[in-house]
Design a protein around this ligand. Structure first.
Ligand code: PNW
Length: 461
């Protein structure tokens, strides 16, 4: 059966981006610095010394970008709001009107083109001032700063934005930012990730409380969090390897989803992390439990998990799996699996298994895949980018999404990462995730074959 017809009529098809990766204009119109501006200035942290200073210049070219989305036929655009563009020093007592104006124009442009704006409130670009004055995600006060900032956003944009995502990928912030040090703010610690993770959860929950108590009834939107998770397949049928894979998933996704859907951290984390794992007090639980109207999921790849014996795979671009020692497991990949330019394996069935795992563990919530995609460096030749591997990637992952829906999973939407090639964090501009090609010298956008493939798919659905 035609792939498009396997998805319900009301399925939300979209593309996704984030502020620091595409906007540029980092020093324009009153925007304050974020931790990523500073991280990029630190020698050796980002490939080629790249930064988001100019990026895709979406700040000036957003109308063209929304038009390209409209041509594709997508229903939704997931973008993120730069905290320091709205509040230059992160504090809600000083609002940058130019920042508010920019997001107003962007949101209006989406709506004019029949595209529903999905706004992420935090996609890693913490105002540098809050890093310096409060200690960033390690501080007890940061979740209140975040709640104040989100209130400004609900006030300014909530009349038109009906889908809010509080935090993008707390796992990445915690593990890559505070554990492995490969993302801002670049700390290497075995305890800080758990503190940062706890504060990210509290920040999410406090923002949801603000929305629900002051805005939701009147504005009528929904709010949730997006977490990322790979699939972990047991390396063998042994009970140990099955337990290792389960543990890996609980450390990855359960870390953030269990408190929200089940009210506490997973048991295996309490055991494995011990005193380094903050306690979810009664007060925290009251805030966090039940604090998501939908389940946002970013999914990229799959690895095998096995009981630890020291036999771990070579690291992929951003390292594998987190603080593996806490989890007592080894990760590996199958030599037969294809990989993307990130060295992430292409394993479509892993996506289906993960969707079922979420449905089973968390009471079959409404799930939105808010990111899925791949990096391939296909060249622009004669005005075309023939990215057949990306087309195959999307076709095969969407096939498994359709299978999951057939199997009873409440998957309600899917956002391709990314709308266009952009600043891929520590990899700079070397890794191209876009379904639109960007020439970073001229800013010119070109729809790749994959964008045309989506257009065709969506014309049938
Ligand atoms: C996500 N990992 O990042 C982000 O939400 C995007 O901003 C990013 O461009 C995209 O995926 C591709 O990297 C991730 O190591 C970074 O597991 C690292 C991991 C996962 C997601």
């Amino acid at each position: 059966m035609n792939l498009a017809l396997r998805f319900p009529k009301e399925f939300v098809w979209g593309t996704a981006t984030s502020s620091y990766q595409i906007e540029g204009a980092a020093d324009k119109d009153g925007r304050g610095k974020s931790i990523w501006d500073v991280f990029c200035e630190t020698p050796g942290k980002v490939s080629n010394g790249d930064s988001g200073l100019i990026a895709c210049d979406h700040y000036h070219r957003f109308e063209e970008d929304i038009q390209l989305m409209a041509q594709m036929g997508v229903k939704a655009y997931r973008f993120s709001i730069s905290w320091s563009r709205v509040l230059p020093n992160g504090m809600s007592d000083s609002i940058n009107q130019a920042g508010i104006d920019f997001y107003n124009s962007l949101i209006d442009c989406c709506i004019d083109h029949g595209i529903e704006p999905w706004a992420t409130l935090y996609h890693w670009d913490l105002p540098q001032h809050l890093e310096e004055s409060e200690g960033g995600w390690l501080s007890d006060s940061i979740s209140d700063r975040f709640a104040d900032y989100t209130e400004v956003c609900f006030n300014a944009f909530g009349d038109r934005v009906k889908r809010w995502i509080t935090i993008n990928e707390a796992w990445v912030v915690a593990i890559l930012g505070y554990g492995q040090g490969v993302f801002a703010p670049g700390h290497n610690s075995t305890s800080e990730p758990y503190i940062a993770g706890h504060n990210l959860l509290l920040a999410h929950a406090k923002a949801v409380k603000v929305y629900r108590s002051q805005f939701q009834a009147e504005q009528g939107g929904l709010i949730g969090i997006t977490n990322n998770c790979d699939w972990r397949e047991p390396l063998s049928d042994s009970a140990q390897d099955k337990a290792a894979a389960q543990r890996a998933l609980e450390f990855f996704l359960g870390w953030f989803a269990d408190p929200i859907y089940l009210g506490d951290y997973p048991e295996c984390m309490k055991t494995g992390v011990g005193e380094r794992l903050p306690l979810i007090t009664e007060e925290h639980r009251n805030l966090i439990f039940g604090s998501s109207d939908f389940f946002g999921l970013n999914h990229y790849t799959t690895m095998y998990a096995a009981e630890a014996n020291g036999d771990t795979a070579e690291q992929s671009v951003y390292g594998n799996g987190g603080l593996n020692e806490d989890q007592g497991l080894d990760l590996s990949v199958d030599d037969s699996w294809q990989t993307t330019d990130m060295q992430w394996a292409v394993v479509p069935w892993g996506c289906r298994k993960l969707l079922h795992w979420i449905a089973d563990r968390y009471g079959n919530p409404d799930i939105y895949i808010t990111e899925n995609g791949c990096a391939y460096d296909d060249e622009l030749v004669g005005g075309e980018v023939n990215d057949t591997r990306r087309v195959d990637f999307y076709a095969s992952y969407l096939e498994e999404c359709a299978n999951a829906i057939d199997g009873g999973v409440n998957l309600k939407g899917y956002f391709a990462w990314s709308f266009m090639d952009n600043f891929e964090w520590a990899s700079g501009y070397d890794k191209r995730f876009g379904i639109h090609h960007v020439d970073f010298d001229t800013g010119e956008r070109t729809p790749k074959q994959s964008a045309k493939w989506f257009r065709q798919l969506l014309s049938v659905s």
